[in-house]
Design a protein around this ligand. Sequence first.
Ligand code: PLP
Length: 394
Amino acid sequence: MSNLKKLDNDYILSTYARNYTEFVYGKNATLYDTEKKDYIDFTSGIGVVSVGHGNKELSEALHKQAGELIHTSNLYAIRPQAEAARAIVEQSGFDMKCFFANSGAEANEGAIKIARKYGEIAEEIKRYKIITLDKSFHGRTISALKATGQEAMHNYFGPFPDGFSYAKSIDDIEDIIDNHTIAVMIELVQGEGGVESLDKEKVQALAIMLKEKDVLLIVDEVQTGIYRTGQMLASNYYDIEPDIITLAKGLGGGVPIGVVMTKHKDILHTGDHGSTFGGNFLSSRAALTVLNILKKEKKSGELELTAIYFANALERIYLKHQHLFKDIVGFGLMKGLRIKDDGMLVKIIDSAHKNRVLVLKAGRNTLRFLPPLTIKESEIDEGFRRLDSALSSL
Ligand code: PLP
């Protein structure tokens, strides 16, 4: 057993099905292990390392920030936090304000609190119910877990907070809404659920229906946000204006951060919500730097070219291995291949790893690709060459 494996087994709770390759450094979409073997990273740490590993601009900004100030607490105004919030608001195009947290689940907790406070003060009947979708994933804290529409995840941890119900599909949401419903929370492309995109017209119709009923629309953009799907937010692509949006993952480029943003700017008052670490100097400097880098990538057209190049390479693999795959799903740099035989998913991921290309699973039958948004064409070519060998060897 490697030293790391023993250390990990001895001291870390075994909540993850872990691989014990020990990565020690990375350069854009390439990771290196202790023996300097290179791996092409089509996962970016599950959609997090948006500007690539070892990004010079990000590491220099963090280094400088760490040498000046890392943390003062939210008792004092934090310039990079305010500037990051402005960048998020301006780049999203939504007239909103932000609250900074530390993760996606925590951002969703904030969203639930904002919705519930809105439901409590807006009228005489207290409205508190939140509808989410089957197969959704909203995080691991108790409320975010309850909001997650996957029954298997609700084993053991009850009692959960009341007031969550699940719609089988977007078509069923209207029937479930009652006098106590305050919000509907959706991912526009379900990530963990299987890279499952919602239909654009249906989402737009849902947004209109919810507005008419004064039910809030919460869009969980923890995975889809920060240019992952090609636009700053998937909400931009779907051309909707949610009441509340949550962000995390790609925003910090690897530094933990979460954001809940809302157009209901006056719902929360002093003391209603808070976080010790949320949006401190270090994490908000990371967000600000990542947003600056990605804004340029988007504006120059580079992001779109990368997504097209990646999609073409993915399509070639799909066409070559038709016996394994039945569909290509997702958009931007959030893509998936649907697998014909569920039993092959783990085998494909393992074989890919042996061939030194990292890929993810999503749901039971989807091979998921979330590469850094800055991935180079040469890395895409090499990654798919390795994946091709991995698939051919099965
Ligand atoms: N929401 C979505 C859509 C996610 O994909 C995830 C994580 O995969 C989360 C929430 C939870 O985020 P975190 O793990 O940062 O708490």
